[in-house]
Design a protein around this ligand. Sequence first.
Ligand SMILES: *[C@@H]1O[C@H](CO)[C@@H](O)[C@H](O)[C@H]1NC(C)=O
Ligand SMILES: *[C@@H]1O[C@H](CO)[C@@H](O)[C@H](O)[C@H]1NC(C)=O
Length: 381
Amino acid sequence: MASGMKIWFVLLTTLLMINFRPFLVMVKGEPQVPCLFILGDSLFDNGNNNNLITTAKANYPPYGIDFPDGPTGRFTNGKNSADFLAELLGFDKFIEPFATVKGVDILRGVNYASGAAGIRDESGIHLGDRISLNRQLRNHKVTISHMSTLLGNKTLTMDYLSKCIYIVGMGNNDYINNYLMPQFYPSSHLYKPEKFATILMQQYSKQLKTLYRYGARKVAVFGVGSLGCIPAELAIYGTKDTICVDSINSAVQKFADKFKPMIDDFNNNLPNANFIYINLTSIAIGDPAEIGLTNLAEPCCEISSFIAKGQCRNGGGACSDRASHYFWDGFHPTEIPNKVTAIRAYTALLPTDAYPYDISHLAASTLALNKLGQSAGAELM
Ligand SMILES: *[C@@H]1O[C@H](CO)[C@@H](O)[C@H](O)[C@H]1NC(C)=O
Ligand SMILES: *[C@@H]1O[C@H](CO)[C@@H](O)[C@H](O)[C@H]1NC(C)=O
């Protein structure tokens, strides 16, 4: 097993070095798809929470210490995985946040992601305001109506929207900032893990169908990671020698198990649907030391001891060996794991990384566009 992992990571290192061209050295050209829309939580947020009244924000140092523009609201030291995916898809600029995007820029796509947001509206409320998935979908509807104005008519807009890639990453906060916080949220008193996972997936499935009704045909749904292994959860539920909190991982696994059947259901029953599942459990397989990640336990930045425990302290310090830390703060990875996630989501390294295929194939897939305008457009406005 160990030698197998080594081979994968040698492969991965090769991918990191050769196959991956950041903006600076990229040959200018058309992106592989005309537009990229991003819905999600803090793992994808690039500034939507900056002007919300919430402690779930990251537009202060040391966040962004390795990002060209400094602190932007990204919950990491550098780029997040949505940024890397935009690069891999050939965009020459990052996808702008809904909070600030203007004019024709919406034609390249919009990032709606919001830290602390969940599938359930109440998730994250103890931290303040956040843009739940339902709100993100309403924001997307606003974008589409502007897009219709720019493009001239609804048929053209629906045709255009069907060619975009949508990446959606939700569910982490329905656990971290809901189910695992019995002092603030009743969900764990009301539901056993299996039941909670079931109702959560039912709601998520409805929301993803709404995205489909809004014209999305190429959708990559990111799963949830091993939340029982993040420093913030270990700080609450771990004991001195625990590496992961098994009860948390097993509760979250019940939710993870429901992604594949949902994806199959969409692809079998929604005309022209191309949904894929990005398996973060699979992407986590391998020996991180092979790519220099030797510190897997301690966050790199100085953690705030006040509200939003687990985020970096405003103006606090950061470790200098950021390339060897897996975790940036108590919740979020540093830039390097973000890059690995994006690369393996784009080009699967293991067959289980993406189901039924990876984002590079999603980008290349062609759709039968004939019925599209009518079937989707009818539901739009
Ligand atoms: C929409 O615009 C396209 C391109 O300009 C045109 O061919 C088509 O007839 C228009 N459809 C409607 C319903 O106006
Ligand atoms: C996700 O990856 C894990 C680890 O390899 C695997 O056990 C699981 O079956 C995968 N899930 C899917 C839907 O492929």
